[in-house]
Design a protein around this ligand. Structure first.
Ligand SMILES: CC/C=C\C/C=C\C/C=C\C/C=C\C/C=C\C/C=C\CCC(=O)SCCNC(=O)CCNC(=O)[C@H](O)C(C)(C)COP(=O)(O)OP(=O)(O)OC[C@H]1O[C@@H](n2cnc3c(N)ncnc32)[C@H](O)[C@@H]1OP(=O)(O)O
Ligand SMILES: CCCCCCCCCCCCCCCC(=O)OC[C@@H](O)COP(=O)(O)O
Length: 387
């Protein structure tokens, strides 16, 4: 109906801003900033190598700050560029503990930007630089991000228990004296939700006599049990996190880059670690029960559009934006100088080299974004090939 009326100046301005956010040139500037600052961060991380044997805790703290410099750029992209506001449903009693203790975070794995929402909560509670995850080995080869994670002591696994167990336990033990508060993220489903994987995992559930889940894959329990056992005394609680998006949104990282605003809701329950059984079989049964509860929350959410309990929209933190703008200005300056030189020189070779460089940046980041797409999810958890 509103299209019958002339648009206001405000609406026109918003339309222009939205249009700009969709332009390739803007994306190129963002991607250039991310990639070049990322490589600089990687370089600085390499420079901390000699410090590790001398003062390990200082080296770790420096790496947390460097990690923040890079990761928070994507948080700024979500919060300030796309205007997405994350909403938290949680007990206010527990709210004051978030960020002040170490925790294992158990999160569903249905969305292409769930990691980005996770990072945003980490930033809100001041643990972004130190945040960790049990991640598939393939992610450690991702340029910039994967290389950065190596220095942040991220735990990588091949998802083959016999091959993983030694390194997994050792990596967890290493975290026992970590100098900063951290959250350790575990996607117990082990892979992203697809209809095919769901069907297979429900066949496994049936064979095991477990109730079927509608919104989750059957959790794999070994990693959770080992993490809980090895982090007892280091981690205070498990945060049972259930993420969903209003209006049946299926968010993508490309959408975020295009300035699309999403509406994520996260329901967090804090479960003290002491209340989790030590015995493997009991712990496994406990995790299955947790996933049955999470499934119920998702089902209720799909009916009502909200999770239980009071909700809060934490304010965006300016640091992510300041850091992002700082890097952008710093890196745009030499780029502009180069462009001016280019125009002045009129050399075909230089022009071709610059176009090639821009294309490489664009293809490189597009490839990285591709890693987040569910349609490119691995075949892990489907019957013919378990990898
Ligand atoms: C206040 C706000 C709070 C929080 C904010 C939220 C989050 C922020 C926190 C931190 C952010 C930090 C970083 C995030 C950034 C980026 C990274 C993002 C994502 C990367 C994530 C990944 O890479 S996911 C993939 C890797 N992770 C995992 O795989 C973990 C889960 N898996 C495990 O833990 C497994 O146990 C294992 C891999 C360790 C070992 O697996 P394995 O299969 O060898 O052993 P299991 O015993 O576990 O399983 C075997 C049994 O499973 C049965 N089976 C067979 N097929 C299936 C199937 N399809 N589904 C389920 N089960 C199956 C099989 O029958 C075996 O049964 P048995 O009875 O025989 O044991
Ligand atoms: C300003 C920033 C602009 C550009 C941002 C580019 C950022 C690229 C970030 C890449 C981060 C990749 C994290 C992906 C996490 C993920 O979702 O991994 C999937 C695994 O769990 C499971 O894999 P699978 O078995 O294949 O489903």
């Amino acid at each position: 109906m509103s299209s019958h009326f002339p648009i206001s100046a405000e609406e026109g301005k918003m339309g222009l801003v939205q249009w700009l956010k969709g332009q390739f040139l803007c994306h190129l500037v963002i991607c250039y900033g991310f990639l070049v600052s990322g490589l600089l961060v990687n370089l600085l991380q390499i420079c901390t190598l000699p410090l590790w044997p001398i003062n390990k805790q200082l080296a770790r703290r420096i790496n947390c700050k460097l990690g923040y410099c890079l990761t928070s750029q994507s948080v700024a992209l979500l919060e300030w560029w796309s205007g997405t506001e994350v909403v938290l449903y949680t007990d206010p009693e527990n709210y004051r503990l978030y960020g002040k203790e170490n925790a294992i975070v158990v999160l569903n794995h249905n969305f292409e930007i769930d990691f980005l929402c996770g990072w945003t909560f980490c930033d809100i509670f001041g643990v972004l630089g130190a945040s960790k995850c049990l991640a598939k080995k393939e992610l450690s080869y991702l340029p910039v991000i994967g290389w950065m994670w190596y220095f942040l002591e991220m735990v990588f696994i091949k998802r083959k228990w016999e091959e993983d167990k030694r390194n997994f336990v050792q990596s967890l033990q290493n975290l026992r004296d970590y100098p900063e508060n951290f959250w350790f993220l575990l996607h117990c489903e082990g892979t992203r939700f697809t209809e095919e994987k769901h069907q297979v995992s429900m066949e496994v559930a049936e064979k095991k006599g477990l109730p079927k889940l509608k919104h989750h894959l059957l959790p794999r329990t070994k990693g959770f049990w080992v993490a809980v056992q090895n982090l007892r005394g280091t981690v205070a609680a498990v945060y049972c996190c259930t993420l969903n998006f209003r209006n049946n949104e299926t968010p993508t990282l490309l959408g975020v880059l295009n300035g699309e605003k999403y509406h994520p809701d996260l329901y967090v329950r804090r479960i003290p670690l002491e209340s989790i059984p030590e015995d493997e079989a009991e712990c496994s049964a406990w995790l299955h029960k947790l996933y049955q509860e999470k499934d119920k929350f998702q089902e209720d959410y799909s009916q009502t559009g909200c999770f239980p309990g009071p909700k809060v929209t934490p304010p965006r933190r300016s640091w992510a934006l300041i850091n992002w703008l700082g890097w952008t200005c710093l890196l745009l300056y030499p780029l502009c100088l180069l462009l001016v030189q280019l125009v002045k020189s009129g050399s075909i070779l230089t022009i071709l080299a610059t176009v090639g460089f821009c294309a490489a940046v664009s293809v490189g980041v597009r490839w990285m974004i591709g890693q987040t797409e569910i349609k490119r999810s691995s075949s892990y958890g489907v019957p013919l090939n378990n990898k």
